[in-house]
Design a protein around this ligand. Structure first.
Ligand code: AMP
Length: 532
């Protein structure tokens, strides 16, 4: 028997319409290149969004055509982010930190017809634009428009908002696109459907208690994994949004938090490590009393950092694990309702875990002998499925082996799962240290090392070993003015790990190389240290 409910499409126009009808007076604030603040209402921004959709159609774009973006987080980027899919097109965010060769490859593979670019980023964009088939380049922001490009403001001014209509787009059609960081092989395109975004915006936003009275500052760039869905989650509840523009240094962020009374923020661990250092150097320097949750994800945050925010500054760190392929959130820990009645130590222990899956994400882990039990001890590769998980990469059939025969996505993350569903990431498959046939979690060692007061950052990699096949090597950045010897660091680790887990080798460096989205670039470390 069929249910008797409407076939209502879950799509980006429906999200935009809701914000348009209900939240017109809420604010969207952007930090400009000169550090001043631009303020606009949702009503103003949505009007511009509609004009953009009309203008793109007038430029000759058809349904499903890709609109590339190369921008910092600000209101114009938000306008394209939500305006392109509202008009039936597909937003494709390009990563500012990738090599121009990669962006040339990605924009060409995605067949982007338009590029919307910050004028301040033109010197970077220029290095790949000529190698792609963009038919139009649209330049955003103050200053002169590059030769041959259209000016964003002129384009909007010439477009008629009245020509915009909310369309009943097929929820299974594409709305946005994002390429994975591509640590192995070529980057792969993930193509989000309207339905995936709508469901994800509803599960992630309200899942972290987001409401219209929140003020959200996503440090995470819109080009990193769908900006963790924040632009859509905020629009659906009408939360005030604050965009940091190009100013991602800790002090600028702290100024934004204080001035705009930010309640929720989101970023990778390196961002929060910087913010923590600034706060430690100047405790009480900023009034962060409205901040109710700082979410961290993209790489494993050290427990010591989560605890330091809580104990020294009264700030809650919530922790998410996810992937570009998952729209991107998979699990969440550190939510208030997960901690009722727990002792302090258990609270921080749990926040350092990746957490249980969010609604509509199913998890399981597979070891050498099939699916592993949820006992918190047996390691296996995490597999996931759900309505916001990719079912294939865009035009990359060679990567079809990332899905199991029964349709689950193989994450490449090695995990244990506790009986209560809490996932703990032990490692990326390729980063695990396999010593004497046993697995050593580099993440666990790193987090423990970063709990030592003299350590600012630590990355653990596998190096070849004649006897054990691989052994862990720790690459350590010392905190300013601090010192520590390998023996001291080993002693610090000893109480927490089996003896054979402890690294024999420590290398002290000034900086750990990072990927385009701010994660440790272990491939570079392996090249540097594995042979020596
Ligand atoms: P990306 O798609 O670039 O965000 O990369 C996804 C990968 O980042 C995951 O497969 C994990 O290996 C890693 N990752 C993301 N979030 C976390 C987290 N909270 N803890 C540990 N690793 C993470």
């Amino acid at each position: 028997m069929q249910g008797l409910m409407m076939d209502y499409e879950l799509n980006v126009p429906a999200i935009l319409r809701r914000a348009d009808e209900l939240y017109g007076d809420r604010e969207i604030v952007s930090r400009l290149p000169d550090k001043s603040f631009h303020r606009a209402s949702y009503a103003e921004v949505i009007s511009r969004t509609k004009r953009l959709a009309v203008a793109l159609r007038r430029l000759g774009l058809d349904d499903g055509d890709r609109v590339g973006t190369f921008m910092w987080n600000h209101h114009e980027h938000f306008e394209v982010y939500i305006g392109a899919p509202a008009g039936g097109f597909v937003t494709h965010t390009l990563n500012l930190r990738l090599h121009p060769d990669d962006n040339a490859y990605i924009a060409t593979h995605a067949a982007d017809r338009v590029l919307v670019v910050d004028k301040t980023l033109w010197p970077l964009a220029e290095q790949f634009v000529g190698r792609c088939a963009f038919e139009h380049v649209i330049a955003v922001g103050a200053g002169p428009t590059p030769d041959g490009a259209l000016d964003y403001e002129e384009l909007l001014a010439a477009a008629d908002e009245g020509a915009f209509a909310y369309r009943n787009l097929d929820e299974r059609s594409a709305a946005a696109m994002c390429y994975t960081s591509g640590t192995t092989g070529r980057p792969k395109g993930v193509l989000y459907s309207h339905r995936a975004i709508a469901i994800h915006a509803l599960t992630v936003g309200p899942g972290i208690g987001l409401t219209t009275s929140d003020t959200v500052l996503p440090v995470v760039p819109m080009f990193h994994a769908n900006a963790w869905c924040f632009p859509f989650s905020c629009a659906i509840v009408g939360a005030k949004q604050v965009f940091p523009g190009p100013h991602l240094d800790p002090v600028s962020l702290l100024e934004d938090f204080e001035q705009e009374r930010v309640t929720v923020s989101a970023g990778v661990p390196t961002i929060w490590m910087g913010v923590l250092q600034a706060l430690d150097a100047n405790p009480g320097g900023w009034d962060l009393s409205p901040m109710r949750m700082m979410t961290v994800g993209g790489a494993a945050p050290p427990r010591a950092m989560i605890e330091a925010f809580g104990e020294r500054h009264g700030l809650r760190v919530a922790h998410g694990w996810g992937m570009t392929e998952m729209s991107p959130v998979g699990t969440l820990s550190g939510l208030e309702e997960q901690e009722i009645g727990l002792e302090t130590d258990e609270i921080y222990a749990r926040r350092a875990l990746q957490g249980p899956p969010i609604p509509f994400v199913e998890i399981r882990a597979r070891g050498g002998e099939g699916l592993v039990p949820w006992d918190g001890a047996t390691m296996g590769e995490l597999e996931v499925r759900g309505p916001s998980v990719a079912s294939a990469y865009y035009e990359s059939p060679e990567a079809d082996d990332r899905w199991t025969d029964d349709g689950w996505f193989k994450t490449g993350d090695i995990v244990t799962i506790r009986p209560d569903g809490y996932v703990e990431i032990q490692d990326r498959d390729k980063d695990l240290v396999k010593s004497g046939g046993e697995w050593i979690s580099s993440v666990a060692l790193e987090n423990a090392l970063m709990g030592h007061p003299a350590v600012a950052e630590a990355a653990v990699i596998a190096v070849p070993d004649a006897k054990w096949s691989e052994r862990p090597l720790a690459v350590v950045v010392l905190a300013e003015g601090q010192s520590a010897t390998p023996d001291e660091l080993r002693e610090h680790l000893e109480p927490h790990f089996a003896k054979w887990w402890l690294p024999e080798r420590f290398e002290f460096v000034d900086e750990i190389p990072k990927t385009a989205v701010g994660k440790f670039r272990k491939t570079a470390l392996r090249e540097q240290f594995a042979a020596s």
